[in-house]
Design a protein around this ligand. Structure first.
Ligand code: B12
Length: 260
């Protein structure tokens, strides 16, 4: 049999920015894997309920790949399904922090040249939230993801107040230390406690008449810049933020807004 010299036919790959769909087996097939728990027993009726639920949410062709009986009449499902819905990347309007990220040494040189004194930064995980690992990652000497935290920066006087810090205590410390920037971490979002807590902080700063005198930045895995702006913060940082991104934002914005 003669060997064909023609290369094998490659299916056309949709690459348009307005046709972005989930990828499963082939580009653009719209396959999605989802997981959820239903208050149903792990039996044929329960499985049918899971498939029906997925169809009602608008997905086609649900296929249950995993069903785990959790006991007490509850079942955990992993379901594969598909959708025709596509995202148009050009239509997205995204609020992002736009300062250029500098290295620690560059931040230190910037502060030396443009500010001429150390910048005071207070950080805390506030309210009832006890997840201190995020704020520690940004502030602690030992840092995060191969970078040192703000405590290591010679040009930053960093005070990490820790977890479960009441808003009014943080504000009192901010006044006492004459802080240039506050860093607030919120990880727990159950019952929207983070929204209430973050808004309450802005209210206190406004009531004290100091909101405009300093930068107020929040962060956490479910925080983004857009949400932060809506809540009256100057900036918001989400998952995988690094200390240098935060330090760069603080020092450049302090200069830009003539706060130092
Ligand atoms: C460790 C942990 C705990 C530890 C916390 C220990 C500690 N000292 O921090 C303990 C055991 C105490 C705990 C308790 C609870 N936890 Co917990 N916990 C976690 C876990 C496993 C990891 C969190 C973590 O350390 N991430 C690593 C850090 C580095 O990531 P990060 O926080 O996102 O931080 C980064 C960015 O977000 C950003 N960032 C964070 N903060 C800030 C701030 C600023 C200013 C900036 C710029 C950036 C920034 O920078 C960081 C570095 O990139 C998560 C699940 C998970 N895998 O995420 C659950 C999780 C956060 N916990 C959860 C829950 C529900 C609880 C409890 C309510 C459980 C309970 N029923 O008791 C309690 C609440 C206690 C309380 N009062 O807050 C839920 C939260 C659900 C929600 N959306 O609200 C999660 C998501 C688990 C889950 N899937 O249900 N928890």
């Amino acid at each position: 049999m003669a060997v064909s010299e023609q290369p094998p036919e490659v299916p056309e790959i949709p690459s348009e920015r307005d046709e972005v769909r989930p990828y499963g087996d082939t580009r653009g097939d719209g396959k999605v894997q989802m997981s959820f728990t239903l208050p149903v027993p792990c039996d044929p009726e329960g499985r049918a309920a899971a498939e029906h639920f997925v169809e009602k949410t608008g997905f086609d062709d649900p296929q249950i790949y995993h069903a785990k009986d959790l006991g007490e009449g509850y079942t955990f499902f992993v379901v594969y399904a598909s959708t025709d819905i596509a995202v148009d990347l050009d239509a997205l309007e995204i609020a992002t922090v736009e300062t250029e990220t500098m290295s620690r040494k560059e931040v230190e040189a910037f502060v030396r040249d443009e500010i001429g004194r150390a910048v005071t930064v207070l950080g805390a995980c506030t309210g009832t939230d006890a997840h201190s690992v995020g704020i520690d990652a940004i502030m602690n000497m030992k840092g995060y993801d191969g970078e040192y935290g703000l405590e290591r920066y010679e040009c930053i006087e960093a005070h990490n107040l820790g977890m479960q810090i009441p808003n009014d205590e943080l504000v009192a410390r901010a006044v006492e230390e004459d802080a240039d920037a506050l860093l607030i971490s919120q990880v727990v979002t159950q019952n929207d406690t983070h929204l209430d807590n973050l808004s309450a902080l802005i209210d206190i700063l406004e009531a004290e008449g100091i909101r405009q005198d300093l930068l107020v930045v929040c962060g956490g895995p479910r925080i983004d810049h857009e949400l932060a702006l809506e809540l009256g913060f100057d900036a918001g940082f989400g998952a995988d933020t690094t200390p240098s991104e935060v330090a760069s934002y603080i020092v450049q914005t302090l200069v830009e807004r003539e706060l130092v």
